[in-house]
Design a protein around this ligand. Structure first.
Ligand SMILES: NC(=O)c1ccc[n+]([C@@H]2O[C@H](COP(=O)([O-])OP(=O)(O)OC[C@H]3O[C@@H](n4cnc5c(N)ncnc54)[C@H](OP(=O)(O)O)[C@@H]3O)[C@@H](O)[C@H]2O)c1
Length: 329
């Protein structure tokens, strides 16, 4: 396993270079399989686990508590304590407040909503403090100062260790950075966005509600924050496009239907043949050594998925292979 640092100073944490997406665990993936997945990831040196306070409310038969509660049960059964090196990230703001509700009833990011949501996550995860907490999506009905102030209170009370931002536009991140710098509040030191090797058209909407894709502006913002001494990590979700790189039963979503896609797939094929790695592993290796560096957040539902992702941390692309992949499409 390779490792990366997120956060700074006393709040800095070392995390595995690949994060495990626990979205389906405890929901569509049964407890035995979920525990086996988490055990395998931890045995392989994996220390970074991602969940949210709403996974997977949209799936029939599942509840928004499933993923956090599953992680809580796994921690308890394995005797994992705070400080044992496992870093759990969770998110708030996009949990329906009504049973069967959707986006119209999301809890949002007001100060009272944030305070209320955190208590639920602490209880379900069975932790004294949340290692990394992200607002899941933007809430423009609430002043950014109110959201950032509520997060600052939680950090100062020791209830949250690091704060990040998920699915935020680049200009909102810059605005948040300016506010936290002026008030001396904790910054968004981790960003979570959608990204993979294949690029979607950004002039049409992604089909998934709430997903915000990495743009050139995000990358420019990140490089500048890091160069200016404000370390900011990038975690990316849906890196494997739900398995569509390798599986015939998975179609690429419509925004990926453009002339650049076959060119990128051809470059991926060349590098996979040269390295003997799978397409998924080349994609993950390309992400890990990206500029700025990226922590891929891989969603899994089997132990074999964990193995394939973890093995990708051994793969180092040559400068020529990177160049071929970067220039394609
Ligand atoms: N911040 C956000 O708004 C946001 C949004 C989405 C996801 N996330 C986080 O990111 C994580 C990953 O995202 P994701 O699940 O959307 O995307 P993903 O990692 O691209 O796809 C995960 C799915 O791909 C399939 N898969 C995984 N590894 C595979 C392999 N080696 N071979 C073949 N198929 C494989 C599995 O599908 P099957 O299970 O069907 O077999 C798996 O559930 C989630 O668990 C969640 O923690 C965050």
């Amino acid at each position: 396993m390779r490792y990366r640092t997120i956060g700074t100073g006393a709040a800095a944490r070392e995390v595995s270079a690949i994060a495990l997406g626990a979205m389906k665990l405890g929901g569509t993936v049964d407890d035995d399989t979920s525990f086996a997945i988490l055990d395998r990831f931890a045995d392989a040196g994996g220390t970074f686990i991602d969940t949210a306070n709403n996974y997977m409310f949209w799936e029939p038969g599942c509840s928004p508590n499933d993923s956090e509660q599953l992680i809580g049960r796994w921690r308890a059964s394995r005797g994992i304590q705070d400080g044992d090196g496992i870093v759990i990230a969770t998110k708030l703001g996009a949990r329906p407040t009504l049973p069967g509700g959707g986006m119209e009833s999301w809890e949002g990011l007001s100060a009272p909503a944030i305070r209320a949501a955190v208590g639920g996550s602490l209880e379900r995860l069975g932790v004294d403090a949340i290692d990394l907490l992200y607002p899941h999506v933007e809430d423009r009905t609430v002043p950014l100062e109110e959201t950032l102030g509520a997060l600052a209170e939680l950090v100062s009370a020791g209830t949250v260790r690091l704060v990040g931002a998920s699915n935020h536009r680049a200009w909102r991140l810059e605005r948040a950075s300016a506010i936290t710098a002026t008030r001396d509040w904790p910054r968004y030191s981790v960003l979570q966005l959608r990204y993979s090797y294949l690029r979607p058209r950004l002039d049409i909407r992604l089909p998934e509600l709430g997903h915000v894709h990495v743009t050139e502006d995000h990358l420019d913002f990140l490089r500048t924050e890091n160069a200016d001494g404000r370390p900011t990590a990038l975690v990316v979700y849906t890196p494997l496009l739900y398995g569509a790189y390798t599986r015939e039963d998975r179609e690429l979503p419509a925004p990926y239907d453009h002339p650049g896609t076959p060119l990128r797939l051809a470059a991926l094929d060349t590098v996979a043949k040269q390295t003997g790695a799978t397409y998924n592993q080349v994609v993950l290796a390309w992400l890990m050594d990206h500029d700025p560096p990226i922590i891929p957040l891989v969603g899994v539902s089997t132990v074999a998925h964990v193995d394939e992702a973890v093995e990708a941390t051994q793969l180092k692309l040559t400068a020529e292979q990177r160049e071929l992949l970067d220039r394609a499409g």
